[in-house]
Unconditional design. Sequence first.
Lengths: 411, 329
Amino acid sequence: MISPAELICSRRVVVCVGTGGVGKTTVAASLALEGARLGRRALVLTIDPARRLADALGVDALGNRPSELAAERRDSLGIHGEGRLFALMLDMKRTFDDLVERFAENADARERIFGNRIYQHVSDALAGSAEYAAMEKVYELCESGDFDLVVVDTPPSQHALDFLDAPQRLLEFLDSRLVHVLLHPAFAAGRFGFRLFHRTAQRAIQLIEKVSGVSFLEDVSEFLLAFEGMSEGFRARATRVRQLMTGPETGFVLVAGASAGAVRGAVDFLDHLEESGVPLVGVVVNRIRLWPPGEAGALPEALSEDGDAAADTALLAQALVANGLEPARADEAARAAVEVAKGYASLVRLDARCTAELRFRALQDGRFFCRVPEFPRDVHDLDGLMRIGGFLVDDERRRTADGSSAAPVPE
Amino acid sequence: MVAEREPSLLERRLVIVTGKGGTGKTTVAAALALAASRAGKRVLLAEVGRAEQLPRLLVPNGEPVGYAGRELLPGLRAMRIDPFDALAEYLTLQVPARRLVNLVFRSRGFRQLMEASPGWRELITLGKVWHLEQLTDADGAPLYDLIVVDAPATGHGVTFLDVPRVVVSAVHAGPLRRHASLVAEMIQDRKRTLLLPVALAEELPARETAALVARLREDVGVAVDRVVVNAVIGAPFPPGLEQLDRDLAALPAETALGSLPPASALAACAAYLASRHALNREYTGEIARATGLPVVPLRYLAGGIGGAAELQILGDALLGEPRPAEAAP
């Protein structure tokens, strides 16, 4: 089993995947920060960070270029020596534009693509285009040689494979015979084996025209024609991108929430990831309620389901009075405090129950299983990332080991 | 000027529930559909997306209902709108030759073309919703009083609703334009259609909700009259003991409390709940301010959403009058 610390020390690319709303961005940023603390030139590529987190990281929303954490912040974060922390917020449209710039045959073709209505909507509408743009950027960043570690925060998607399949889908589409028929009807008509297919394709076109009106089809074929010239460069690059993402230099981390719904989504994700054969190295359950809040210790016996926490409420009432609380309210206050603790303990048990399957699945297949507690306030600064980091990378910043060892998992 | 009265939630024909991932929009859609059916409405609950979550929320061991759909509870039918199924149905209606449609649909090339083509999924899905809204029973009354759509997560959600309008502006003639216009009209009809955003009272969901509402109003022109704020943690301490977290935090670390957890842990629990409560309060207010809309707070259910009992609690709250932010949560 590779630990999170080993992961960020040994791999060049770490991809954080998971359903929306589970805190992928903060986990990705924490991993990058830990990488920098371990002496690597680390970059976190984010899609849509919370503004305050983006500000804390010094992300420049407009550049589509890496921005570096200010040197004077490094010391207090424990980043020494070669370690550096960079952040980049993905600009999808610009990444596509850069691709077109790079692979267009000539200025004319480039302008045709930029001016095409289908292309103008491509980054909004084309399935998987956000995923593809992110991967393209990762590849570019790795190629640049400026970074030892690139941590990717993937766009929220319901389906894990959107991320990996996007280029392949686009290529298959460009390769498909139907597209060739659309572009060069004569090409298919002249070839014996394609006759049957050709008839089907012709009918498909008639069908599309019937329901769509011709102008839409013209736009599509114009887009494809313009794109065709670049498809060779594009194809070669997409293949290399996929090789990088599925190769030994990359590790995938599944980030999950702790609620029943979030875990269901994560388990579905896990199934898809396993089928696809991507190098999944671990699972991080984010914002799980642990005992006591914000830490990872053992739930006290008195707060267990059949524990008797009420027995010593009087002691608490006395202590509160000794500390200046109005005696008339002390019993009520002590009872309320114990109720609050019991209520919180039941949330701890609920989260443990909900995540048990995920934990089992991860450990069974030799992956790390790591829990990051929900903190009283949401994390949106570098100190918060440091606290999360303490739960990802075992060290003195936390009290006990990760969920695979010390902390109890109540039934 | 006398403003025309906005229809109430249950007077609409179509409620589209959307929100950022993890906000519980599917739960809210299910709760609303359940509440409406209990109020005597004939309800269709349509899930858009790949994973079917609704059946198991609504009935014990609910099996997937698929495109054909199934009556899960009396007066409550559920279905999943798959774009390819909807496209096949649409083409069959448009092109009389069923065999031709089948032939085309089986071809790999057609599948690939559609996989990569933008926009049509949204259009055909909403087209199906329009079609369902138009259905009538034997007496000519609408077959469904209310259609609740569990729409894709925000981001995709705006694109989802905006496609018909884009198609109308991009395509100049033909059946596609005509049908897209009908769908766009339905979405923009304030009497029929309501968009119901679901948010969490936390920074990122609050910000996204404000952006979503702004875009929906400006670009899409759909009615949005309230924001559902889900999983709001209520006041954690009894009245008069609002300082309890601080009282506990002030206890000396070595205080002997017998079998109770140490004072620091008790204080941490109280601080946690007080802090989440304050955070929820702050961002509930923020959502109301940023959107200028009343909010409907749904309280956090500590036991999770196990089934119809919890959905009913949420549904009752949903049907209540939305409250201005100062009163919430």
